[in-house]
Design a binder for this molecule. Sequence first.
Ligand SMILES: [Zn+2]
Length: 321
Amino acid sequence: MTRGHRDTETRRPEETGTIFSSPRPRVSASPRLDSVLLIFIDGLGIGTRGEHNPLDGIESDLFGLFQGEEARLPFEGLAATTDVRLGVEGLPQSATGQTAILTGVNAPALIERHLHGYPSPRLKEALERHSIYKKLISAGRRVAFANAYTPRYFEKRPRFVSATTVAAESAGVRLRGLSDLARGRAVFHDFTNYFLIGQGHMVRSCTPEQAGERLARLAEDYDFTLYEHFITDILGHRQDRPSAREHILLLTRFVRAVLDASDLSRQTIIVTSDHGNIEDLSTRSHTLNPVATLVFGRGRTRIAPRVRALTDITPAIVKAL
Ligand SMILES: [Zn+2]
């Protein structure tokens, strides 16, 4: 897990965030990136090997990463070991971790604890003011949220919504629906549409390969695209080893298909998570493990060395775009 850090300068996180300070750092002279796709996978940390870890012993060259071992990623990808604890006691959780990813703000420090589930009013305010969408839109970039929402969401908006939804809605980023999905212009969170079909929606199932290709095509049309996947976290809480192993293989096929379908001389693909969970099925709860931020494509050597904590992801992308 050291490859992504090989060229890292010893900078404090707040120094890496001084994006528009004067004089500009030399690195900003390089041409800006064309397109970044951020694939957010909930609850996937870097664990230790053993029976407790469903990733140990499965064929996944993307997610078979273990503590103390060097990552060997396909497509010349770089892996940055990413701190999720952010200096705050307790188990890292979704609302604060996702807010940190999407804003660069140290969300657990802001509210003095790790918050699970959905963002609180203070986290919502941080998302509304500082989200990656807000920053990129104000810099004139085109952005998209690739996930498809069900009609139920639009008919009766739930009282609690995820950090990704708050970030998109507050920045005016259009939420996609099943008509976008039918046209290949959105991807459902489970990417095969299995859950939608189970709920009786008239949509076609697709293979991980088809879904990955669709996401890559969509991301080509924007400067920045976000896609969120959270079944990993659900399976971690269930401590369901057979399903976890099966699912990681599907997820590997999906992300591989994104990489296969992307022009990596132009596009940059980032895969990250908010906290550990599925990599340790001996516990129902999240873990204290770091997560891996995987970076592929054109911006990999610019972005991976900048990422040491969840709060570095938004600044690194904004700087490169
Ligand atoms: Zn989470």
